[in-house]
Each structure stands twice: as C-alpha cells, then as structure tokens.
Design a protein around this ligand. Structure first.
Ligand SMILES: CC(C)(COP(=O)(O)OP(=O)(O)OC[C@H]1O[C@@H](n2cnc3c(N)ncnc32)[C@H](O)[C@@H]1OP(=O)(O)O)[C@@H](O)C(=O)NCCC(=O)NCCSC(=O)CC(=O)CCCCCCCCCCCCC(=O)O
Ligand SMILES: NC(=O)C1=CN([C@@H]2O[C@H](COP(=O)(O)OP(=O)(O)OC[C@H]3O[C@@H](n4cnc5c(N)ncnc54)[C@H](O)[C@@H]3O)[C@@H](O)[C@H]2O)C=CC1
Length: 715
C-alpha cells in the first residue's frame, strides 16, 4: 500500500505503508505504480517525494513472497518508470533503505537521508543479488570497487558513509520528509537528464581484469561454496563492461539461477529462523511476550580465564558496569592486561573511547553483594562450581540472577545449591565470547520464565543471537557436537586421516574441519571431561566402554602431551606451540597404522560421501532427539545454534534444514544402513521423530513444530 497526498502546494508525497519495515509486497508495488501515475498526472505537482511510514523508508522486497509465485507489478519496470519521470523524484530515507528499498531510491533522481539511516544491498545474505537494477546502477553511481564491496558483502552503511560514497545527496539531522520536501521544491523544473543513473557511464577502472580476478579470488575463498557472492561479482562485471540494457539482461539471468537455488531457500529460512528464536517458549507454556525481564544495572563475572575475559569485555562494550572476580592473583593481573588491550582494540575498530572504567577487578567474592546478575566461568568442574554457587547464594543480594557458562554440566544441580533455584540459568557463550554471536540460554526445570527473559534480554543487549534451550548434558550444541567428533575418530580407526576428514568437512563449507577445530580448542578439554566421567582411563586402549564403541585415540594423544595448537602437536603438527598453521604429521599417520594393527583393524578406502554422512547424519539424528525431548522448541533453534556457534555453512541453512533438503527419507535410509553396519553405536539408530516425519510424507521444516506438538500431546 502507498498513500498519496500533496503538500506545500506543489510536492506530491508518496508514503509506503506496510509495517513493520514497509517491505515491497505486491500491494505496495501496486500502490507505488498508482500513486506515481497520480503525481505525474497532477498538473499542480512539480516534484515528488517518496518516503516510508513510521520512520522506515523500506526494508526491500517482501521475502515472504519469494516462496509464492510472484504477482503484482514487477519491480524493475516500476523503478525504471520512476527514473524516466519528467518531474524530480526525491527519496526521503529514514531508518533503513535496504535491498529493493535502496534500488527504489536509486531509481529516484535525488536521495536525502536522515543521519541515523542505514543503507545497503544485503541480497547476498539471502542468497540473491540486487536484481532490480541495483547491481547495474550502484557501480555507475559510486564506482566499481565501492559497489563490489557493498554488493558482495551486503554490509549496511551509515548515512555519513553513504554521503561520502555519493549514494545520497544530503544528510539531515532534522525531519527527513521536511528536508526532502524543501529539497524537492528547490529542484522543481530543473533538467533531469544528468540525474538518471542508468544513463551514466560506469567510472573507468584502470586494470579491470586484475581487479575482478582479485575480487573473485577473495570471494571464492570467503564464500566457501556459496554461489551468490560469485554471481554478485559477475553482475557488477556486467555493469563495468556492458551497456546498461545488456547489463540488466545479465543481472536477470544470474538472478534466475540464484532465485531457484537451494542456497537462497536456506539463507532465507535462516533469516526468519534468527528472528523466530527471539520468540522463545518453554515447555511450561511460558513465553517471550508474557515474561517480563528483571532490570540489570550491574553484573559480575567470576573466573577470568579464556571465557570470563571475553564475557566481561562483551558486557562492558554493551555499556554495563562489570565486577570481575578471579581466585589466582597472577591470573588476575594477566587478565587485567589482556582485557584492557581487548577493550582498546575494540574501541579503536568502532571509533569510540575504550570503556576501561566499566570493569573493576577483585579477588574477593564478597565484592559481588550488590550486583543484579552473575556469570560464573570457573573451571569445568562440578564440585568447584557447586561451591561457587553456594557462596554466591550467600553473598549476593536477594533477587540476583545466578548464571553459569558451563559447556554442558547439569544446570539444575547448580541451582539446587542456592536459596533461589528459580533464579539460576545457563548462559553458554562461545569462544571468543566477545566475538561469537551465539548464546545458549539454558533453563532447568526450576528456572523461572523471568530468569530466562532476563538472560535473553541481556544477550540481546550484548549483540548476541540468543536461543533458549532446555537442560541436558551438552545442551543443544555440544550434545550434537559430541557425536560429530566421535564419528570422525571412528573414521580414523577405519582408515581415514585427519587431513582427509577435514578436507571433506571444509569442502562442505565449514570454516574448519573437525580435527583442525579440535586442535584449536585443545584436546585436553574433552579429555578432562571424559576422565571425570571415568570413560577415559590413562593407559587403557579398549575400544568398547560402557557396552558401546569408544575411540580412545584422542585420549592416547593427550597422554603423549599432544593437546593441539597450544603444545605444537595434536591431530596435526605445528612449527611451534601456539602456531596456527596445521601441517600433516607423518608421526600421526604412523601412530594410526600401529593403532589399527594393534586392534586388528584393516584400513579401507573411505570416500567423501561417507565422511559427510557419518559425521553429519548422526548429528542430525541427535537434533531430532533433541526436538523429541523438548530441549529445543523447533528446528530453527538448532539451526541458528549451528550456524552461529559452530560454523555450519549458512547457505546450507543448518543441520535440520539441510536434512530436509537432502530428503528425510534418504537421511533415514543412510542412518539405518550405518546402524546395521555399526550396531555398537546406539545413537546411529534413527530417532522415532525422524521415522514419524518420513511416515507422514516428510513435511517441510516449517511444519515440524506442529508434528512435534502432536507427538508430545500423544505422550
Ligand atoms: C529492516 C531491518 C534492518 C529491520 O530490523 P529490526 O528493526 O531489527 O526488525 P526485524 O526484527 O529484523 O524485523 C521486523 C519484522 O519484519 C520482518 N522483515 C524484515 N525485513 C523483511 C523483508 N524484507 N521481507 C519480509 N519481512 C521482513 C522480520 O521478519 C520481522 O518479522 P517478525 O519476526 O514477524 O516480527 C531488518 O529487518 C532487515 O535487515 N531486513 C531484511 C532486509 C533485506 O535483506 N532486504 C533485502 C530483501 S531482498 C530484496 O530486496 C531483493 C530485491 O528487491 C530484488 C527483487 C528483484 C525481484 C526480481 C525477481 C526476479 C526473479 C527471477 C526469478 C526467475 C525465476 C523463474 O524463472 O521462475
Ligand atoms: N574454553 C572454551 O572454549 C569454552 C569454555 N566454556 C566453559 O566456560 C568455563 C570456563 O572455561 P575457560 O574460560 O576455558 O576456563 P579457564 O581454565 O581458562 O579459566 C577458568 C578461570 O577460573 C578461575 N577460577 C577457578 N576457581 C575460581 C574461583 N573459585 N573463583 C574465581 N575464579 C576461579 C581460574 O583461576 C581460571 O582463571 C568452563 O565451565 C567451560 O566449560 C564454555 C564455552 C567455551
């Protein structure tokens, strides 16, 4: 919908109306076509302003419409007719002008932006390219290198940067529509030929081939199998080398391939999944819109190791005063130095003053008496954590929320140490905590909805994507990860090498293979947990433990002091401890051969397909179990956790979406096959939710919540 009015005597004002972001739905496009015609036909109107209602210009095409067959006036001719108009068309940009929204503005003859506005062509993040002329107009307006940057990354620019780049003509701190109307009055009757961007020649680039080769190489490296960034480069190349009309044809061709691709579907699913996880609900029925968070003015972090440091920095960067407590004096001094550097670097990047005064350092837990929320990040040791929670419960004022950053220990056991177990939740950050976007908020059976709401709100304030999940060993992320790493070890026993497994995983699109990742985070972390569980026993190499298959390979490496990058040896060899470049290690290959010989295992050839199926399908199966157990509310929660916490390639949607793309029937069939081949690995047995979904015809992922609800109500 678009509303038309005439103001200041001779300015036609078109207001886009489609809350919350004025997306260009069929009705909005029809509204624009109709109102533009009205304005152009009205003899009293000398110039036209286009704006959006409620402080948002336009969030682009209506992504929900991409699933349906397109109806309503198409965007390209609509924008073209605006550009061809004989009266000056002025875009008044407030809030956001993104995707099709910016393309609409580029069709206008002038653009006035509010200083707080954000502009961009983020189509690449949805698996698309700016195909309403954006890939052809933007390079003509701001030059090829700047357009390549914006279009291939999809990054949003501020109004100030947009002005500097030449995307907008004026920036205002006042009422944008008033400024645009004033501007429209000033340009009424002026010639427009020089204002039609499609007629501009593309600014000349000296060595065009070298520029595109360089950009294409960079994009291929960072895209990790994503096709949209490559198509974006090709489209901009068309703008730089072809006349506008031929460039538009190329843009259309490239878009047609992307539009129908699985990658675009995955990325668009992911866009909505990110928003869906904010609308959390607990099995009790408590939900995001009926639970009020407690106010949090001052927070504390206890334990300043790897995680505590990152968490405290992220809190300070979010503007919160943080009291930190560390037991070891030397560690406290070191943490203070490292955290100050982290704050300074972060502040430099963002062009602000470092919030050094937000953090205070202490070795005394009594200093936490007046905080509203504590995040515990001491060693992963249940007895120690219990002691800390007991102390916190005694020291902190009534009503303080007590949170643990445990990677997977029982949150409920910790809650039981406190006076108010309803105020205990997990806040599971990912390393490095000031960088990684994901936060798992873990509720136990006794956590109150208010506690969950408070942790979720704090996560949002810290710029995290927070997902509320139930309490179980490893929660969602690490519970699934355990199977992935275990299968990778089994593959080594059967004949693979770390290099072979990692190559398959990296070609699939993960930034790092499973063994490279294990070397980075440290093999000793899992070893310590397995020893605590009495699964790993030094000197033992039995391959069946607790009645099921077990691979002691990781334990055996740890016994030799091979903890990964930090010791310079792990699944790979490093030039020195702390070095990051992994080299294939002949010692390890020899060790694997000896190990196989010792256990009578005959190495066989393992292909990429098997590696992917063995590593990914058990994780997916566990994802179904997690849904069945009610630990995650829906597949979106699992997918968001995997994309933002574990590097699952975003263009594959996440493990559960990927399963739906592969076909649930196929996943089921392969799991049955592997379970038959490995009956000593119980988790390979297909989960009953997966069987149920296949039995009812494999509904799309968006319908799974309904099936799960029915399943739960039958129990
Ligand atoms: C705008 C934002 C920055 C706002 O952020 P914020 O305030 O934080 O709010 P959110 O919570 O993010 O959003 C609120 C609410 O709005 C929903 N929403 C947001 N944006 C959209 C949207 N674009 N469409 C639909 N819905 C949207 C969001 O889901 C929330 O909903 P709720 O959860 O229910 O409350 C931020 O929202 C944002 O960044 N939005 C996305 C911006 C974006 O990416 N825009 C680009 C869209 S794609 C685009 O514009 C492409 C084009 O225009 C090109 C079209 C060319 C068409 C040509 C077609 C040719 C096809 C050829 C195929 C041939 C095939 C064949 O042959 O068949
Ligand atoms: N390292 C990682 O990648 C991740 C770790 N976690 C979890 O975060 C927690 C912390 O892990 P890391 O930071 O890696 O550990 P770490 O070993 O780097 O740091 C722990 C810190 O806690 C301090 N500490 C111990 N007892 C204390 C006490 N009573 N009071 C105050 N300080 C105390 C130690 O001196 C040490 O500085 C663990 O529960 C871990 O499982 C969670 C996500 C990722």
């Amino acid at each position: 919908m678009a509303q038309y009015s005439r103001i200041s005597g001779s300015v036609g004002l078109i207001t886009l109306k489609n809350p919350p972001v004025n997306a260009l739905s069929a009705a909005v496009r029809q509204g624009i076509v109709d109102t533009v015609e009205k304005a152009l036909c009205d003899p009293q109107v000398k110039s036209v302003v286009i704006c959006g209602q409620d402080g948002v210009f336009c969030g682009g095409a209506d992504v929900k419409e991409f699933e349906k067959s397109m109806s309503g006036p198409p965007l390209i001719p609509m924008i073209h007719s605006i550009e061809c108009a004989t009266k000056p068309m002025v875009a008044a940009i407030e809030g956001s002008a993104l995707g099709g929204g910016l393309e609409l503005a580029l069709g206008c003859h002038y653009r006035i932006a509010h200083s707080k506005a954000r502009l961009g062509l983020p189509e690449v993040t949805l698996g698309l390219l700016p195909a309403a002329g954006g890939s052809q107009r933007l390079p003509r307006l701001i030059g090829v290198p700047a357009a390549l940057d914006l279009i291939t990354t999809g990054r949003h620019v501020t109004a100030a940067e947009a002005l500097q780049l030449g995307i907008v003509d004026q920036v205002t701190d006042h009422k944008t529509v008033d400024a645009a109307v004033k501007f429209a009055l000033s340009v009424a009757g002026k010639p427009l030929d020089a204002r039609r961007i499609s007629t501009y020649p593309c600014p000349v680039v000296t060595d065009l081939d070298a520029l595109f080769e360089d950009v294409m190489q960079k994009v291929r490296q960072s895209a990790r199998g994503a096709i949209a960034p490559i198509a974006c480069v090709q489209a901009v190349r068309a703008a730089a080398t072809l006349p506008y009309t031929r460039g538009m044809e190329r843009e259309k061709e490239l878009m047609a391939t992307l539009f129908t691709s699985g990658q675009a579907r995955a990325l668009q699913y992911n866009f909505f999944a990110q928003r869906a996880v904010g609308k959390w609900r607990m099995p009790s029925g408590a939900r995001w819109d009926t639970s009020t968070p407690r106010p949090v003015h001052k927070v504390a972090v206890i334990g300043l190791g790897t995680m505590g440091r990152g968490i405290a920095v992220a809190l300070a960067q979010a503007g919160l005063p943080v009291v930190t407590v560390e037991a070891q004096e030397k560690q406290l001094m070191e943490a203070k130095r490292v955290m100050s550097d982290m704050l300074k670097r972060g502040a430099k990047r963002r062009g602000v003053a470092p919030p050094l005064d937000k953090i205070s350092y202490s070795s005394n837990i009594q200093d936490l008496a007046d905080v509203d929320l504590v995040i515990e990040a001491v060693f992963e040791d249940m007895d120690l954590k219990k002691k800390v929670f007991l102390q916190l419960s005694a020291v902190c004022k009534p009503g303080t929320l007590l949170c643990t950053n445990t990677s997977g220990l029982d949150v409920d056991q910790l809650a039981s140490q406190t006076r108010n177990p309803e105020l205990v939740v997990g806040m599971h950050f990912f390393a490095p905590a000031h960088v990684m976007k994901l936060l798992e908020v873990v509720y136990g059976p006794r956590s109150s909805p208010q506690a969950v709401a408070t942790a979720m709100q704090l996560g949002k304030k810290m710029g995290k994507i927070s997902v509320a999940v139930g309490n179980c060993r490893g929660f969602v992320g690490n519970r699934m990860l355990k199977l992935y790493t275990e299968q990778a070890s089994f593959l080594l026993e059967e004949g693979a090498t770390p290099d072979l497994v990692d190559r398959a995983i990296e070609e699939f699109g993960f930034p790092m293979g499973v063994f490279r990742m294990s070397d980075l985070s440290g093999l000793d972390i899992g070893w310590r947990v397995r020893k605590e569980m009495k699964l790993a026993v030094p000197g033992q190499s039995a391959r069946i433990r607790e009645g099921r298959r077990y691979s002691p390979l990781g334990d055996l490496l740890c016994e030799q002091g091979r903890f990964g990058q930090k010791t310079g040896r792990g699944w790979y060899r490093y030039n020195k401890p702390g070095d990051r470049v992994a080299h294939s290690d002949p010692w390890l290959h020899h060790f694997l051969e000896e190990y196989r010989a010792q256990h009578g295992l005959v190495a066989r050839r393992i292909d990429q397909q098997e590696i992917l199926e063995r590593c990914l399908y058990p994780m997916i199966n566990e994802g179904f179990r997690i849904l069945q157990d009610g630990i995650a509310a829906g597949p979106e929660d699992i997918d968001v956790i995997y994309v933002f916490g574990y590097g699952w390639p975003r263009h594959c949607g996440g493990p559960m979406f990927y399963a739906s793309m592969v076909g649930l029937e196929k996943v089921l069939e392969r799991l049955e096959h592997y379970y038959q081949a490995h009956p000593d690995v119980p988790y390979l047995q297909p989960c009953s939710l997966l069987r149920r979904l296949v039995a009812i015809g494999s509904p799309p992922v968006q319908k799974w919540r309904e099936v799960i609800k029915n399943l739960h109500s039958q129990l």
